[in-house]
Design a protein around this ligand. Structure first.
Ligand SMILES: [Zn+2]
Length: 258
């Protein structure tokens, strides 16, 4: 699998180059949420998701999370014999994230790798969710948002993935696919337990995303929020590095300034 080469041939570079000169993104939004973001009625990704309106335009993410990164998780070639010969299609799975509380996973299928990657990225952006991070581990108690604050389990096909809070400094004690996704989400420490065929990369990735979705949707009380130092979405600073001392008198739980 020639990941890097394929990515550079993806036409994404060309597009980026093109839009770079035309400073503000040229975009005529078609959906209600798109219009609200375009008119600056909504200015954060957090608020956009809180509206509960469907996110059907990738440009919303481009505007609200300009530093979002993408990573190709899987490229699968599907061959089919037809009367006229062999047909090859690619199924691409991509994760996007801002390394600070937002993560999405998307897929696209097509005859051309580059174009399919581009569409998979757009789909991943439209699937973006806001996760919760916190300290969460009673062995740790550092009160910084370095791990997932409570255990969650996700499933896809035969794969079941359980994430558990880990003390600071443990790192991502997970398989490679989970590592890539958690990194993009901005989680620094985490334990993972898996069942099923995690070699099926796509199911593993979907299981990871499903677990993070549970993390995003779980009902939590105000008491838990303060006990586990839980924050939602972005904190605006890079996640804790090993050698840094715990951030000074940590601000309680608010994420954005009013
Ligand atoms: Zn901690």
């Amino acid at each position: 699998m020639a990941g890097p080469e394929r990515r550079s041939g993806s036409g994404r570079g060309r597009r980026r180059h093109f839009t770079e000169e035309a400073a503000p993104v040229i975009w005529s939004p078609k959906t209600r949420l798109g219009k609200m973001v375009h008119s600056k009625q909504i200015t954060t990704m957090s608020d956009a998701l809180k509206t509960g309106l469907p996110l059907r335009e990738a440009e919303i993410v481009d505007l609200l999370l300009p530093d979002v990164e993408d990573e190709v998780i899987d490229v699968k070639m599907v061959q089919r014999m037809t009367d006229s010969g062999r047909r090859v299609k690619f199924v691409i799975t991509v994760a996007v994230g801002n390394k600070d509380g937002f993560i999405g996973l998307g897929q696209a299928k097509g005859k051309e790798v580059g174009l399919s990657i581009k569409r998979a990225i757009e789909n991943a952006k439209m699937n973006i969710i806001q996760i919760r991070r916190g300290c969460g581990s009673w062995e740790c108690g550092c009160k910084t948002p370095h791990t997932i604050p409570f255990a969650v389990t996700g499933k896809s096909g035969s794969v079941e993935v359980t994430f558990k809070p880990a003390p600071r400094g443990i790192g991502l004690a997970t398989g490679d696919v989970a590592k890539k996704i958690l990194r993009l989400a901005g989680v620094s420490d985490c334990w993972a337990f898996t069942e099923g065929k995690t070699k099926t990369v796509v199911n593993y990735a979907k299981g990871v995303y499903d677990a993070l979705k549970k993390n995003a949707e779980m009902r939590i009380s105000a008491a838990e929020i303060s006990k586990l130092a839980i924050i939602e979405g972005n904190i605006g600073v890079p996640p804790v590095k090993e050698e840094q001392p715990p951030t000074p008198p940590a601000e309680p739980t608010t994420t954005e300034g009013a």
